[in-house]
Design a protein. Structure first.
Length: 154
């Protein structure tokens, strides 16, 4: 069984945020949505909606927990489970200067079983950390969090 660690995800994000292709995708999404200049919440919403609509949730094979690069997720497979969604979304946001954190939660019991992004959105001179879970149904708005028993933020 292959199990990824949070450090693996953070390293993928750190490397991808400097990739010109990742930044180009983020910029093109924002331009297509005609997000106004310095509308950081609008930029986050455009990228969140893009990832949520482009990538389909598909579980990893039984007994193998794969961690995909954002390029693989966004361009080649357009499929992901929660950690792949988080890495792709965080990479796009980081590439345009939006800080991110990863939130690992236990939704059903003592084991951590889900991960999503917290985006640091500059609002009124302060940074507001907004949860972004692109794996949720489209009926759940940006900022919605699943209920959980415990959490860790990285």
């Amino acid at each position: 069984m292959r199990i990824w660690r949070i450090g693996d995800a953070k390293r993928l994000i750190e490397k991808a945020k400097y990739n010109p292709l990742i930044r180009s995708i983020a910029v093109q999404v924002i331009k297509r949505r005609k997000v106004p200049h310095k509308d950081y919440l609008g930029q986050v919403r455009a990228i969140f909606d893009f990832v949520r609509s482009r990538v389909k949730y598909i579980k990893d094979p039984v007994g193998y927990d794969n961690l995909s690069s954002p390029i693989r997720t966004l361009i080649y497979t357009e499929a992901a489970d929660c950690e792949d969604f988080a890495v792709a979304l965080a990479s796009l946001l980081e590439s345009i200067g939006i800080p991110t954190k990863l939130k690992l939660v236990a939704t059903r019991g003592p084991r951590y079983d889900h991960i999503y992004v917290l985006a640091g959105i500059p609002l009124d001179g302060k940074v507001k950390w907004m949860p972004l879970d692109a794996t949720l149904a489209r009926t759940k708005p940006m900022g919605y969090e699943v209920s959980y028993k415990k959490a860790r933020v990285f």
